[in-house]
Design a protein around this ligand. Structure first.
Ligand SMILES: Cc1cc2nc3c(=O)[nH]c(=O)nc-3n(C[C@H](O)[C@H](O)[C@H](O)COP(=O)(O)O)c2cc1C
Length: 185
């Protein structure tokens, strides 16, 4: 199984990105985590650019979504909203054939960031993501200087994420079968 993981932060020392980087050590054996780091290579969303040949970075993002059995998103809150970089990526995916019904784990790395996660949930619901509720967790990572290698060692962060990823991966085969069925019918 292949999971695509995207951080909504462009910051070098990003906590959301460190959490995403920790995922390969937190998923069950046999599950591959592909981290997509191309958020800042996407142009600003413009439907005029979304013709027969979309921008290269957009095509690559859509290809990665199509290859993935599940998607993990972890994004910061800015001014009570979703990070612009993440929202831009989602706008490019709205019209993609690959996105609908993709199994989704929405991770919040900051308990106080309640607005962005609600906005993300609304947007992703509108885009027909298949939320795996057991895998949508909030962990208290913000303010802790944990490296990706240290995250699995901290029970309230790594332990919670490992359980979330186990539940996520357990749900993927049935959801993937449904996704393929939906896409063919
Ligand atoms: C311009 C700006 C606005 C922010 N607004 C909020 C906010 O509304 N709510 C919140 O919980 N955190 C807010 N934060 C804090 C960030 O969400 C926090 O620093 C987070 O760790 C950034 O994610 P990163 O570490 O992955 O880059 C803001 C930070 C910045 C720089």
């Amino acid at each position: 199984m292949r999971i695509l993981a995207i951080s909504g932060s462009l910051r070098t020392a990003s906590g959301n990105s460190r959490l995403i980087e920790a995922l390969p050590a937190l998923v069950p054996p046999g599950v591959e985590v592909v981290i997509w780091r191309g958020l800042d290579t996407l142009p600003y969303f413009n439907p005029d650019l979304d013709g027969e040949t979309p921008p290269t970075a957009v095509a690559e993002l859509r290809r990665q979504v199509g290859l993935a059995h599940g998607l993990v998103i972890c994004s910061p809150e800015y001014a009570h909203g979703v990070s612009g970089a993440m929202k831009n990526a989602l706008d490019w995916l709205v019209s993609s054939l690959e996105f609908p019904a993709i199994p989704l784990a929405l991770i919040n790395a900051a308990p106080r960031a309640v607005h962005a996660i609600a906005h993300l949930r609304e947007t992703l619901t509108t885009m027909s993501a298949a939320f795996v509720e057991a895998a949508c967790v909030t962990v208290p990572l913000q303010g802790r200087d944990l490296s990706p290698a240290q995250i699995p060692e901290v029970p309230e962060v790594g332990g919670v994420l490992a359980r979330a990823m186990a539940d996520f991966c357990a749900a993927l085969p049935a959801l993937q079968a449904q996704r393929l069925f939906d896409n063919r019918s």
